[in-house]
Design a protein. Structure first.
Length: 294
């Protein structure tokens, strides 16, 4: 079977991008992605097999810091563990396509927003979000009516026989209510946001946030930007402010099923130390808050 790096480069070349290996270290391989005119992106590959042998959190943190420095200099950069490529290939490809600007663009102004049920939201998020679904209280969807299917490219994969397409979903938590200046203050979390695979709903998250704010009237909304994929600048454009940075979080990877789980200390001891699972990490996240009241 071709290696992760070979599969990634073959796929990018099929989309008419050039993939050049910049360096190949023990744990990381940095790939540069170009089209005919410009350097578009770099992808830092984390090699799970090598990582299992002697990788450490300190080594990963050094690479995360280096990626953040390159982002500040204007380089679009992502960190990608090979287990995610093999385990959630279609979602990873969709996110890389979005970063390269080649996703199907859907104008958010053409969509309709409304509340959706738990089953609909969960099915959509499991199919379209890299981290899958988690508990939430409020769920909103963006729907593209059939009369606007004309904006979709001829080769876009979707059920065009339907009356509408669910093209994006946002979910929100229950409120945390506490006192501020002797008044109740309600803070919600934007838990998940996902667009349909291989699409970019332009202005979609903004439209979903406005619908939630109109209905629930929160005092603020908090969320997290995943540092593997983003520097958080898209949230800042929507009025969120950076509050803090969350360090890398460990997950325990089953090498047979290629599934990641957060395990208890006892399960970690039983599985990781016996060689049945590999300790891997995300790159941490940035906490953002959008203040609505006051």
């Amino acid at each position: 079977m071709p290696t992760f790096k070979q599969q990634l480069c073959t796929w990018l070349e099929s989309l008419h991008f050039q993939c050049i290996e910049e360096n190949n270290e023990a744990f990381f391989c940095r790939m540069q992605v170009f089209n005919e005119q410009n350097h578009l992106m770099e992808i830092t590959i984390v090699k799970t097999g090598k990582w299992q042998e002697s990788g450490t959190l300190e080594i990963l943190q050094a690479e995360i810091s280096a990626v953040q420095i390159r982002r500040k200099s204007g380089v679009r950069s992502i960190i990608l563990w090979d287990d995610l490529w093999f385990g959630k290939n279609e979602i990873v490809k969709s996110r890389i396509s979005a970063a390269l600007g080649i996703s199907q663009k859907i104008p958010g102004r053409l969509t309709l927003v409304r509340r959706i049920d738990k089953a609909t939201a969960s099915l959509f998020i499991e199919k379209n979000h890299l981290n899958g679904d988690v508990n939430s209280k409020y769920r909103y969807g963006l729907f593209l009516p059939a009369r606007y299917f004309r904006v979709l490219d001829a080769d876009f994969q979707a059920n065009l026989s339907a009356d509408e397409l669910l093209v994006a979903v946002a979910t929100f938590s229950r409120p945390r209510i506490f006192q501020r200046e002797k008044l109740p203050f309600r803070s919600y979390e934007l838990v998940r946001f996902a667009s349909m695979l291989n699409s970019n709903v332009v202005g979609g998250l903004d439209k979903l946030l406005h619908a939630f704010i109109r209905e629930r009237k929160p005092d603020d909304i908090m969320t997290y930007a995943d540092l593997e994929w983003s520097d958080g600048s898209n949230y800042e454009k929507l009025g969120f402010q950076k509050i803090s940075q969350i360090p890398a979080i460990p997950f325990y990877l089953n090498p047979e099923t290629i599934e990641r789980n957060s395990l208890s200390d006892q399960m970690k001891k039983e599985n990781v130390h016996s060689g049945k699972a590999i300790t891997v990490y995300n790159a941490g996240s940035i906490k953002y808050v959008k203040t609505i009241s006051g």
